[in-house]
Ligand binder design. Structure first.
Ligand code: IPM
Ligand code: MG
Length: 363
């Protein structure tokens, strides 16, 4: 197959982790007879420096015309004082909205080789951690009106949180469908004891539940959910939640699996063009030092093959190569532990490619 991939290296550690993912994709192309064409796209801080805009229309267009988008990370301290509409993160939000990617899928799964890297007690980890957070991605407080003005003589900031039924229903359906493909347990997370938007959320989820009788729906308040994720993560199969709750809970969920550097994500909308990115940020403090963990990005590339290109065998091969790399005892600094061999970002990519080669030889 021939596929066009828009590649956004972005800022901070973005370029180094994306380079490793491309190494892996190139090896897959060679092994399975595919051709991947890469188009560079500038988004985030690097686009502000280049064009004075975190995502110019021309760059968004390149993404919309591609078969999928692979993204490293955006943001950095030098752009922190920019006005809200000119921050690197605004480019990411515009990209998500511009491509209509309302459904963000963030797996939290512990690799057996990394059980010790989890900050949770062994007895909790042993019960298993394997759930998915389905996060609504282009609505809610992220996309409501933001303004700061003088009200009653006080400088006042306003961020609007809005959801309509249609927006809730379409992400709710993804939650139910994801659960149907797994252990058929869906937990809808909201703050219905305080927020109107959450009360509507809960109502829509229960209406939808009638259409998915094979799925068991439960409700959980977001503050309780934050607690349950560390108390008993084994209880979760699929969590569906709104944009900001999903942002916060997915960082928490990643941490209990050992490192945020390991977690990939997919963002999809109505079509097959998706956005694939690790869930971590641009980590400017370690950028350019060959210290970053590229696995979140490499696994994001695997998700791209699985969900947008319908290449499950190829995706499996990448995931198995990551597992073989971990079993061989290699670790980047973020997941380093005693007795393991520490490697840099580049070496991590090389070893994962080498694990793919071994698979090729034994096939
Ligand atoms: C994420 C990030 C983004 C978000 C930021 C960079 C805007 O934290 O993908 O989780 O809040 O969605
Ligand atoms: Mg986040």
């Amino acid at each position: 197959m021939e596929k066009n991939i828009a590649v956004i290296r972005g800022d901070g550690i973005g370029p180094e982790i994306v380079n490793e993912a491309i190494k892996v994709l190139d090896k897959i192309a060679e092994m399975y007879g595919h051709t991947f064409h890469y188009t560079d796209v500038y988004m985030g801080g690097c686009a502000i420096d280049r064009f004075g805009d975190p995502l110019p229309e021309s760059e968004l267009k390149k993404c919309a015309e591609s078969d999928s988008v692979l993204l490293g990370a955006v943001g950095g301290n030098q752009w922190n004082d920019m006005p809200g509409h000119l921050r690197p993160e605004k480019g990411l939000l515009r990209l998500r909205a511009g491509l209509g990617l309302y459904s963000n899928n963030r797996p939290a799964k512990i690799w057996p080789q990394l059980a010790e890297a989890s900050p949770l007690k062994q007895s909790i980890v042993d019960k298993g951690i394997d759930f998915i957070i389905v996060r609504e991605l282009i609505g809610g407080i992220y996309f409501g009106e933001h303004k700061t003005e003088i009200i009653d003589g006080e400088n006042t900031a306003i961020d609007m949180l809005t959801y309509n039924e249609k927006e809730i229903e379409r992400i709710g359906r993804i939650g139910f469908e994801t659960a149907q493909k797994r252990n058929k347990k869906l937990c809808s997370v909201e703050k219905s004891n305080v927020l109107d938007s959450s009360r509507l959320w809960k109502k829509v989820m229960h209406r939808l539940a009638e259409e998915y009788p094979d799925v068991t729906l439960t409700d959980m308040l977001v503050d309780n959910c934050a607690m349950q994720i560390v108390r008993n993560p084994a209880q979760f199969d699929v969590i569906v939640t709104e944009n900001m709750f999903g942002d916060i809970l997915s960082d928490e969920a990643s941490m209990i699996t050992g490192s945020i550097g390991m977690i990939p994500s997919s963002s999809l909308g109505a079509g097959s063009c998706g956005l694939y990115e690790p869930i971590h940020g641009s980590a400017p403090d370690i950028a350019g030092q060959n210290l970053a963990n590229p696995i979140g990005t490499i696994l994001s590339a695997a998700m791209m093959l699985r969900y947008s290109f319908d290449m499950p065998k190829e995706a499996d091969a990448i995931e198995q190569a990551v597992s073989a790399y971990l079993s061989a005892g290699y670790r980047t600094a973020d997941i380093m532990s005693e007795g393991m061999q520490q490697v840099g970002c580049k070496e991590c990519g090389d070893y994962i490619v080498a694990c793919l080669c071994q698979k090729e030889e034994t096939a």
